[in-house]
Design a protein around this ligand. Structure first.
Ligand code: 13P
Length: 210
């Protein structure tokens, strides 16, 4: 895809997330990798009303080259790309159910979700929990860097999910699956639940690697 097509796609998918209530207000940010840098949504922008021409264009070190001032989470996005060479896009949301789970006590920091559905295993995998830091804090970006090599999906405690993908579409699909899984986990709380077995999980990982 050309840079202009990627800008259009960021606006189109941002509007889709916003229209379905997965993004609200100015919460969330989206980036894509370019051959020589990144496109990133501007700080305080609404994902539902992105102007493709004003999206921030960063060089490989995160320096703003053109467009509006970038998201305060720019270094979180950059750290994700640095640790995941095959990732082409990163999406961060404050989607309702994922944020609710991010506030729960006693989560497994290496694997937040219990193995309830095949698609959670296939698209989210082992969701890592990162401790709470203020939005935009470099310590938050560093905490994400520490887990990003092993996990393409990360949950920021008391904040929200971050997902990297091999394309913007696949990152969006995966964060939608993450939100859906969080909703299911909350719906099932207090209900005896049949989990997928380790054999079933291994079989999924064999059939659908990566
Ligand atoms: P920005 O508006 O700076 O992108 O921040 C929004 C957000 O979701 C912070 O985590």
């Amino acid at each position: 895809m050309t840079e202009n097509q990627l800008r259009e796609q960021m606006a189109e998918l941002g509007k889709s997330l916003y229209d379905r209530g997965l993004a609200h207000g100015s919460a969330g940010n989206v980036s894509v990798r370019l051959p020589d840098g990144y496109l990133l949504t501007p700080t305080n922008s609404c994902l539902g009303r992105l102007d493709p021409a004003r999206i921030s264009r960063l060089d490989g070190n995160g320096k703003l080259l053109s467009g509006d001032a970038p998201s305060k989470e720019a270094f979180l996005h950059l750290n994700m790309y640095q640790e995941r060479k095959t990732s082409a896009a990163v999406v961060h949301l404050h989607s309702l159910h994922a944020v609710a789970v991010s506030c729960l006590d006693g989560l497994d920091a290496q694997n937040v979700f219990p193995p309830i559905t095949a698609y959670a295993i296939m698209q989210v995998g082992q969701l890592a929990l990162v401790p709470y830091y203020a939005p935009g804090d470099m310590a938050l970006a560093e905490a994400v860097r520490k887990v990003a090599g092993k996990h393409h999906a990360v949950l920021l405690a008391n904040h929200g999910p971050v997902v990297a993908g091999t394309s913007l579409t696949s990152a969006v699909y995966a964060i939608e699956e993450l939100e859906q899984t969080a909703r299911l986990v909350l719906l099932l709380q207090g209900h005896p639940t049949r989990m997928l077995t380790p054999e079933q999980i291994a079989d999924l990982n064999r059939r659908f690697p990566g």
